[in-house]
Design a protein around this ligand. Structure first.
Ligand code: CMP
Length: 138
């Protein structure tokens, strides 16, 4: 089976009508959406998703931000999907992101940085399961 990763198009990117551009970039890079859902995360849902960051000073701001407006949660599948998506996204802080990457083009700040992407195959499995049932991923 090809590798899978989880992407989230964050509230800032949804608000600036960048869903189409970002999903186009995934498809152009050979990452096929296997499941996709537009939704509003509750604060509790965002806290559960980012639980690994709960001791970080930015945790409250991050989870408040992620529950501030609709997001699009996407399972992407393709060869080397985790790394390929990280390359497409660019560095966490848009100021440091390579020109032409999603965060360089659409990100506004380290918090409003347009997209999330799983950082490892193991975390991708955990993150995909957080949002999607196996029956949605055939
Ligand atoms: P993301 O890839 O979604 O994973 C955790 C998020 O925390 C990250 O993107 C950033 O948007 C956000 N964040 C906010 N402040 C920081 C920070 N100082 N360092 C790292 N991530 C941060």
């Amino acid at each position: 089976m090809a590798e899978r990763t989880l992407a989230i198009i964050k509230p800032d990117a949804v608000a600036k009508h960048a869903i189409g551009d970002i999903t186009h970039r995934y498809e152009e890079a050979g990452l096929s959406p296997k499941a996709m859902r537009m939704m509003c995360l509750s604060k509790t849902c965002a806290e559960g998703f980012y639980a690994v960051h709960r001791e970080r000073p930015f945790f409250n701001d991050l989870t408040t931000y992620m529950s501030s407006g609709p997001v699009v949660v996407v399972v992407l599948e393709g060869a080397d999907a985790v790394k390929k998506n990280r390359d497409l996204m660019g560095a966490t802080d848009p100021k440091n992101a390579e020109a032409g990457t999603i965060r360089a083009v659409h990100g506004a700040s380290i918090e409003a940085n347009a997209v999330h992407g799983s950082d490892s195959v193991e975390n991708a499995q955990i993150e995909i399961r957080y949002f999607f049932a196996e029956s949605e991923l055939r």
